[in-house]
Design a protein. Structure first.
Length: 158
C-alpha cells in the first residue's frame, strides 16, 4: 500500500526553495524511496500540496530515468549503451543480460528480483563497457563478470 507524504515532510522540503514548486523533484524522490516507485497517489499528493497540476508533476517524473512510474525489481540494473560502451561490446552484453534474466529492457523478472534498463550514459567511459546495479558501478564488463555480479545478488540460472 502506498504511503502518504506528510504535511510536515512537504513543508520541510518546500521551505528549502525560493519557489514552492521547486520541491517537486525531492518529493518525487522521497515518494519513490518509500514505495519503490512513484505511485499515482503520490503524483496526486505532490500536485495538490505544491499547487501544481497532476500533468506538471507527471512531466517531471517521466523526464528522469531515475524515477520509476511502475513497480521495479529489488535490484535495478542499468547497462550503459553510450558510444564508448557500445564500441567495447555493450550491445552484446546487453543482449546477454536480457537472455540471462529472461526479460527485455524496462521489464522486471517474474520473481521481482531484477529490473533491466538501458542507460544513455552513466559517466564512466573509462570503465567501458559498464553497468550500475543499485547505484554500484561495475566496469570492464565481460560475460563472466556479469555472471559473478548476478550470482552475488542471488540470481540462479534456470
Amino acid at each position: 500500500m502506498p504511503s502518504d507524504l506528510t504535511d510536515r515532510e512537504v513543508e520541510q522540503l518546500a521551505r528549502r526553495y525560493p519557489r514552492r514548486r521547486s520541491a517537486v523533484l525531492p518529493l518525487l524522490w522521497l515518494a519513490q524511496q518509500r514505495d519503490g516507485y512513484v505511485t499515482a497517489q503520490a503524483l496526486g499528493q505532490i500536485a495538490d500540496r505544491l499547487g501544481l497540476t497532476a500533468s506538471e508533476v507527471l512531466d517531471v517524473a517521466s523526464f528522469y530515468d531515475m524515477l520509476h512510474l511502475k513497480p521495479v525489481g529489488q535490484h535495478i540494473i542499468q547497462l550503459c549503451t553510450s558510444l564508448p560502451c557500445l564500441l567495447r561490446g555493450g550491445e552484446e552484453l546487453f543482449a546477454y543480460l536480457q537472455q540471462k534474466l529472461g526479460i527485455r529492457e524496462g521489464q522486471t523478472t517474474a520473481d521481482g528480483n531484477f529490473s533491466l534498463f538501458e542507460a544513455d550514459c552513466l559517466g564512466y567511459c573509462d570503465l567501458a563497457p559498464m553497468m550500475q546495479v543499485d547505484g554500484v558501478v561495475y566496469g570492464h564488463l565481460t560475460r563472466q563478470k556479469i555472471d559473478e555480479i548476478l550470482s552475488g545478488l542471488g540470481h540462479q540460472d534456470p
